[in-house]
Design a protein around this ligand. Structure first.
Ligand code: HXC
Length: 525
């Protein structure tokens, strides 16, 4: 090949020098400021997330238009956000990473343009977007222009919802209206100690209400993951947060038209010792508890699953796993927490998860052991009717393959809501230990025989109550009334469950279902 002309050689060298300088200056400033705060830089975070050498940076030379806004004339390249694309485990993702060392990572016109352009790219090519948030929110100096970009971002997030997976990582502050972009995305991860999310910060809270509260108390990772439910995972550190996101991406398709990742099926086609252990999982007493996770590990490939929202509403498990190499969304009551009761938080948690899985073609496996909806004034006043209805709506609308296993209790509304045949389960199974009824035997006897029991001498009451309870349990308690009606397709032994669930999901691979044509439904929000 001919030698480069001097001009071309100079220009190539100049570009390389500029690129190096842009990164060097940004990293020098960021390293000093970020590491002192116990945080990684925007680029270090991208480096951790993506496959080595795969990152392609976009708009590296973007700068804010300082003259108009009277800002620092020493305009940093990049304008407070690093954007681009690369791969995670060989699969394409788009990523933006806010750089707190430049104007507090705040969003202005140039940085806003970069993020919107990236969102548009992700939608065009159909790949997930990971947004790494570490920002003071709308850039104060740029006024309404920065607000406009946040609103534009919210619109992009909304339009991308259900088309490409969107994941938010909160690695520092995320304040004011800026919280609503992550809130619209599908999954949010927060880092312990260094991240917080709130609509109004401690100073404003103090000015308005007089209350003194720290940023962590107001919106730290613990609060957001356990109480408010805005965070789906509370990471111990930034590396942990990144690993969780990488694992999560491994379960997700790139977009709503993609078939999703498929792994080799190494599962045993015959009963295994782990399968047989299931025959001993459920205790004889309906009031004795067990860990639903023990069932899940025996149903999924390699015993591996990843919970989302694990600290929020722990009475409901929402998790991704794989069955015969393909992703499945698992919705399961957790008897270890509040006996697996359905409450407002559990309903909303599961409803959003079901809708995510449905939007992205991920089959649903429901494992039911539910005593019903949680009674009480707090729940009623908190809107359990409106908010509990979301789960009915979500299951009813979901057209992905739906397989349900009733393990033990399926009482009352809990039976109907937890992926029942009536809400469209394609295959409904029950264990012989299932109790499908309007309510538990003790409760039913109390209601049905209150007068008769009250009329008995006190010493006879207990024995009679026990006899009636046993009779009720025999008559109504098992899965067979539901099986007679076809509400349960198969009564399976616990040890057969893995094989039967796998078979059902295989059978349903070709499922096609459409809903009535309409602009959109009106889910109770
Ligand atoms: C411009 C900002 C900024 C902002 C921080 N900085 N926030 N610059 N616009 N919104 C700058 C600071 O001036 C400072 O610059 C540097 O970032 C670091 O900030 P510090 O305050 O020193 O850091 P820290 O003590 O860690 O506090 C971080 C913070 C605080 C909690 C984020 O800076 C803060 O409260 N910022 C304002 C948050 C806010 O109210 N934003 C508007 C939200 S409303 P120097 O030059 O000194 O290093 C919103 C609307 C969205 O976002 C609309 C959606 C529809």
């Amino acid at each position: 090949m001919d030698e480069l002309t001097p001009t071309t050689a100079f220009r190539i060298a100049d570009l390389a020098a500029r690129q190096d300088e842009a990164v060097r200056i940004a990293e020098k400033r960021a390293v000093d400021r970020q590491h002192a705060r116990g945080k990684l830089t925007a680029r270090e975070r991208i480096g951790l997330l993506l496959d080595a050498g795969s990152f392609v940076e976009l708009d590296q030379f973007a700068r804010h238009r300082c003259a108009e806004f009277g800002m620092d004339a020493n305009r940093p390249w990049g304008d407070g956000v690093v954007t681009g694309h690369g791969t995670v485990d060989g699969r394409q993702v788009c990523v933006f990473s806010q750089d707190f060392s430049v104007f507090g990572g705040s969003l202005g016109e140039a940085s806003g343009e970069k993020v919107l352009k990236l969102m548009d790219l992700a939608m065009t090519i159909g790949c997930p977007v990971v947004g790494i948030n570490d920002s003071g929110g709308a850039r104060i100096q740029e006024g309404v222009v920065s607000l406009a970009y946040y609103a534009e971002l919210g619109r992009r997030n909304s339009h991308a919802s259900g088309v490409i997976p969107q994941i938010s990582m909160i690695m520092g502050p995320c304040a004011g209206g800026a919280v609503y972009a992550p809130a619209i995305t599908d999954f949010t991860v927060m880092v312990d100690s260094t991240s917080h999310m709130f609509v109004t910060g401690p100073d404003v809270v103090h000015a308005v209400t007089g209350e003194r509260v720290t940023a962590q108390e107001l919106g730290g990772a613990a609060v957001q993951s356990e109480i408010a439910g805005n965070a789906h995972h509370r990471a111990a550190g930034e590396e942990d947060a990144v690993e969780w996101v990488q694992t999560l991406l491994g379960y997700l398709p790139s977009n709503n038209l993609d078939a999703g990742p498929e792994y080799a099926d190494d599962t045993s086609p015959v009963l295994t010792p782990a399968d047989l252990e299931l025959d001993q999982l459920v205790p004889d007493s309906p009031n004795q508890t067990y860990d639903m996770a023990e069932l899940i590990v025996r149903l999924v490939d390699d015993g591996e699953f990843t919970e989302v929202h694990s600290a929020f509403a722990p009475n409901m498990i929402c998790a991704f796993g794989r069955i015969q190499g393909r992703s499945v969304g698992i919705v399961a009551n957790q008897p270890r927490h509040q006996a697996g009761v359905l409450d407002i938080d559990a309903s909303e948690k599961a409803a959003r998860f079901v809708r995510f899985c449905d939007a992205f073609g991920i089959p649903l496996l429901t494992l039911a052991d539910v005593p019903g909806y949680l009674p009480g004034r707090d729940q009623e006043r908190g809107g359990i009717i409106r908010r509990g209805a979301k789960l009915i709506y979500a299951y009813s609308e979901a057209t992905v393959p739906k397989v349900t296993v009733v393990v033990r209790k399926a009482y009352g509304g809990g039976y109907a809501v937890m992926g029942s045949k009536h809400l469209g389960a394609d295959v409904s199974m029950a264990w012989p230990t299932a109790e499908i009824a309007v309510m538990g035997a003790e409760g039913a006897v109390r209601v049905l025989y209150r007068r008769e029991l009250a009329a008995l001498a006190p010493e006879e009451q207990e024995a009679t109550r026990r006899r009636l309870t046993e009779e009720y349990r025999k008559r109504h308690g098992g899965p067979y009334l539901a099986a007679e009606r076809g509400y349960v397709d198969q009564v399976v032994t616990p040890s057969q469950t893995r094989l039967q669930v796998a078979r059902a999901l295989r059978t349903l691979r070709t499922k096609r279902q459409t809903l009535p044509s309409r602009k959109h439904g009106n889910i109770p929000l």
